[in-house]
Design a protein around this ligand. Structure first.
Ligand SMILES: C[S@@+](CC[C@H](N)C(=O)[O-])C[C@H]1O[C@@H](n2cnc3c(N)ncnc32)[C@H](O)[C@@H]1O
Length: 550
């Protein structure tokens, strides 16, 4: 595929042809412009829109052999616009249903990239949804792109289409129409959104809400572009900002306009704004893992392997912050009059990055320390012993034990750990540290000293579909089990419905060790607009030592 390659990711570009008298010439033109994908009507222009014949063998599309199979894989075909599957007249409805079946069947035979159709803006679509479900049931490899204008006046020149006589729902909110349709298709992962951008963008909230939808294609009409002084197409600032967010979703961007105009500059301009968008280091690090659900680790029950430790150790920020926090704790102790050798216990030491941080901190603060590394994973102990001999000059005491039950004659001044899950306490840090607190002197310091989990309501059809399919290919089979599970995920295709609120806070050391760690609370969120609650997004904030957060 001829796609734009940048250090960040590839963008897919295409052109949306309104009619294609000569398909080979059209694909040639596409290549000349540097676009990769073609969006074309499936049915040849020779077939008049009002044709009623069911025998379209000579008319449907073109013989598939005129294009190579891999070229068809880069084609999105548009179903006939005149099909109306929800007509009251049953014979006309049945005729259109048969034409729909034929077109979908032929598109599926061609192995096209996707099948596109317009969502009826009168809100009348139950039979369309039924036929889409039937088609998906019969052919699991097809993808439907449902073309929806982001605002009601956004579909080409058909301004005010929602006000037409057959407007049965009376709604002008195209998001609601899409949402109802997608629910009628049970949020099937092969029913995706082709969002048509409008000249006037809706307000920020509505824009953000679209980002929670499975947008796989974006139709950018040439009419949304402005012309700069040099005569080249440019986008307004709000359009630029929105399209940059769409690039992140990996959607294919289709320019739509007159094919006889020079459309190459549109593609060049969009590539330019994509490349000038400042690159996000973390994003490129996690590229390919967006919206991928993973079950959180349970390092207390399961012993981690070396790959997992290696991933932890790549964190560019965390260990620097720990080193700073341990340095502060050591200097604070010395300032407060302590002259003896200070004892640092690293509990859950893994392969030793926090031991390194402790030794570095001792060097920096010029405080004499005695370091203990406590780890219950017997395999990680080999690495700790190796590091001790080869790098730590045998200055560290390596202990194979569970921190909750280890008997320690002395007490330590500083208890260092990193037992936090993505939601704070979900890897049982509070329970482990409560058990380890007996290792700490009365005036000892815990690093981290506290952490708080945060929660916000979330709309994301993509995450919801991924959740449904997590344990099986049959969405219903494990639905409830899957829905009760928490996941670690790098979220991209989502909309945060309301800002996050703090949930549970844990402090260390605790004065009320007799209290268990069960927590229950209720949060109330202020919701500004209609949306679908698919789940909750959680994260945590941690204070290593007062004044330090990561
Ligand atoms: C999230 S890992 C962090 C490892 C290391 N500190 C790092 O930053 O790479 C947590 C470690 O704590 C260990 N661990 C968990 N619970 C423990 C317990 N109760 N006693 C001792 N070690 C424990 C696990 O085996 C694992 O090595």
């Amino acid at each position: 595929m001829a796609m734009t390659t940048t250090s960040k990711k590839q963008i897919k570009f295409g052109f949306d042809f309104t009619s294609v008298p000569d398909l080979v010439a059209c694909i040639q033109q596409l290549n000349n412009w540097g676009y990769s994908y073609a969006c074309i009507p499936l049915v040849h222009a020779k077939l008049k829109p009002d044709a009623t014949t069911l025998d379209r063998s000579a008319l449907v599309s073109r013989a598939d052999v005129i294009l190579q199979a891999e070229t068809w894989n880069r084609v999105v075909v548009k179903l006939s616009e005149h099909l109306n599957l929800d007509l009251a007249d049953s014979s006309a409805r049945d005729r259109d249903a048969e034409l729909f079946r034929q077109e979908v069947s032929y598109a599926s035979y061609l192995n096209v990239f996707a099948i596109m159709f317009q969502l009826p803006l009168n809100g009348c679509m139950p039979n369309l949804a039924r036929l889409v479900n039937v088609a998906l049931h019969e052919n699991m490899f097809i993808n439907f792109y449902v073309r929806v204008p982001m605002t009601c006046g956004g579909r080409g020149d058909n301004n005010g289409i929602c006000d037409s006589d057959d407007n049965s729902s009376g709604t002008t909110d195209t998001w609601k129409l899409w949402s109802a349709f997608s629910a009628a298709c049970d949020y099937h992962r092969s029913v995706c959104l082709a969002l048509e951008l409008s000249v006037d963008l809706p307000d920020q909230q509505e824009l953000d809400r679209w980002l929670g939808e499975p947008i796989k294609a974006v139709i950018a009409p040439t009419s949304i572009f402005l012309t700069n002084k040099a005569g080249f197409p440019v986008l307004s600032r709000p359009h630029q900002m929105f399209i940059n967010k769409l690039f992140d979703l990996d959607a294919c961007i289709f320019i739509s306009g007159e094919p006889n105009q020079n459309v190459k500059p549109y593609f060049e301009y969009l590539s330019f704004i994509h490349d000038s968008n400042k690159s996000d280091k973390l994003y490129s690090y996690s590229y390919g893992y967006e919206d991928l659900l993973q079950v959180p680790l349970q390092p207390l029950i399961n012993d981690l392997d070396n790959n997992v430790y290696a991933v932890f150790e790549q964190d560019p920020i965390k260990y620097q912050q720990y080193e700073k926090a341990i340095t502060k704790a050591l200097t604070d102790k010395v300032k407060s009059g302590s002259t003896e050798v200070l004892t640092v216990c690293v509990v859950g030491a893994g392969r030793g990055p926090l031991v390194n941080a402790s030794l570095n901190a001792a060097d920096k603060s010029k405080v004499a320390v005695k370091v203990y590394a406590i780890e219950k994973n017997e395999n990680a102990l080999h690495v700790l012993n190796y590091n001790n001999e080869n790098y730590w000059h045998n200055l560290v005491t390596v202990v194979g034990a569970d921190m909750r039950t280890w008997e320690f004659e002395e007490k330590c001044d500083i208890l260092v750990s990193e037992l936090l899950g993505s939601f704070g306490d979900n890897e049982l840090s509070p329970e482990c540290l409560d058990g380890a607190q007996k290792l700490l002197k009365k005036d000892g310091v815990c690093i981290p000293s506290s952490y708080t989990s945060y929660l916000s309501p979330l709309q994301s059809q993509t995450l919801f579909s991924n959740m449904k399919m997590f344990k099986s290919n049959t969405p219903m089979e494990y639905l409830h089990e899957n829905a009760e599970q928490i996941y670690v995920v790098n979220m991209r295709n989502m909309y945060i419905i309301s800002p996050a609120q703090p949930l549970f806070t844990f402090n260390h050391p605790r004065s009320d060790l007799e209290r268990n760690n069960n927590r229950y609370t209720t949060l109330t969120f202020d919701i500004q607009q209609d949306c679908i609650l698919h789940g909750f997004a959680g994260y945590f904030q941690c204070s290593l030592i007062q004044g330090y957060k990561y």
